[in-house]
Design a protein around this ligand. Structure first.
Ligand SMILES: Nc1nc2c([nH]c(=O)n2[C@H]2C[C@H](O)[C@@H](COP(=O)(O)OP(=O)(O)OP(=O)(O)O)O2)c(=O)[nH]1
Length: 144
């Protein structure tokens, strides 16, 4: 996995879908903090720890935040090697993911989880603004 470059904070996020082969539904999570993002919807995930690989970090975050063991599918490629540019000095790599074990619950950082149809997902919820192009890319990557 590529190490963080040029001081950008590396974030990883999961587009959890009902089925990696024929995705129809996306699992969105509503943040509780900080104030600027509270009540906005996002991809579960978080910061990559120093020395940690991006995919390992994402699997760890999904376990901590939602209580699930997941398998990652394809990456949703962003504009840079560090993924999609977020607000501030941060970028997020995003992978499709499928839950293998556990029922997803908002254990940490979220107060609600919701499955939304991939078709129209960007308009279905109030996403973190930086996530909108990512949600659109996820929806179109899943179209077949
Ligand atoms: N997880 C996640 N973070 C996002 C998304 N979009 C977006 O702008 N962000 C921002 C919000 C935060 O500033 C940052 C992620 O940090 P975080 O707070 O989730 O990471 P963490 O759980 O490891 O945090 P912490 O324990 O160090 O506070 O990226 C998204 O879709 N998912």
């Amino acid at each position: 996995m590529s190490a963080p470059e040029r001081g950008l904070i590396q974030i990883v996020g999961a587009a959890i879908v009902d089925d990696l082969e024929r995705p129809r539904q996306l699992l969105a999570a509503r943040r509780t903090r900080p104030a600027q993002f509270a009540r906005l919807w996002e991809f579960p995930g978080g910061k990559v720890d120093p020395g940690e690989g991006c995919e390992a970090a994402l699997l760890r975050e999904l376990d901590e935040e939602l209580g699930v063991k997941a398998t990652l599918g394809a990456e949703v490629p962003g504009e840079t090697s560090q993924g999609w540019k977020l607000a501030g000095p941060a970028a997020m790599r995003v992978w499709f993911a499928r839950i293998d074990r556990g029922f997803p619950l908002p254990i940490e950082d979220h107060d609600l989880l919701r499955w939304v149809p991939l078709d129209g997902a960007a308009g279905a919820l109030e996403w973190i603004p930086a996530d909108l192009p990512i949600v659109e890319a996820v929806s179109s990557a899943a179209r077949y």
